[in-house]
Design a protein around this ligand. Sequence first.
Ligand SMILES: [Fe+2]
Ligand SMILES: [Fe+2]
Length: 273
Amino acid sequence: MTSITVRRSQFTAQNSQARHYVTGRSPLMAHLLTALSVTFPAGEQFFVHSVRNVRAQVSDDTLQKQISAFIGQEAMHSQAHAQFNAVLDAPDYLLNQFNVQMSEGMTVLKTRSLRRQLAATVAYEHFTALIAAYLLKHPQLWQGLDNNLQHLWLWHAVEELEHKSVAFDVYQHVFGVDKQGSLAQRRRSMRTVSMGFVLGLSTMTSQLLWQDRQQSLKSVKQWLLLLQDGAALALMVARLLPEYLAFYKPNFHPNQRNHQALLAEWKGKLGLV
Ligand SMILES: [Fe+2]
Ligand SMILES: [Fe+2]
């Protein structure tokens, strides 16, 4: 079993933070990561909310401990990304506007059944684990991140992998008694979340790119680098597709993918204990 440790981020929000912080690549990578970062404060607060909703129904002590660690980690992530987003928000780079839209979306989601709320979290957690593992396995994608930002993005990636099965296990524990019903809900929620996540992230990334067009799209060289990064992202989607689809199998479990070696490698490199 993977140990789940709550750690403070070694990342420090700096007012001088550059908007194109993945140096050596097109600005697309930074806009995409920033769009992802915008989803975290409200999104991860919702994940915690959906697990807390049913926590009293969890009778397993080990799972209770994992829930505490999951809540601790997500709270830290939410806080660190809110700080990161705040320093990048600007009149010509409207991050806070997306944050408000995310919060409104989560408020609507909170009116749904407890099972549906948790199934949405389970689906989102599958996405975060997929992306986290991909980032750790393909450092060339973020090679230009400075140490401070590596401590934000890679710390978050490591912890997403550490707690990747918690929401799923809580869902199975509380709602898995009705096997067919819980599976059907999990699949339905994944379809809805997939559409929302992909559409939302692409829209936010495109809008950020457009808001920053005077810096991001000013030369032919930048357009060419942008196409190159677009191709790298398309390759990422194609490579992740089988793992994404595995979620729909009746016997799926997040731990079917073993990330122990990857975690050990990156915890070592980042000095995370
Ligand atoms: Fe997180
Ligand atoms: Fe998470």
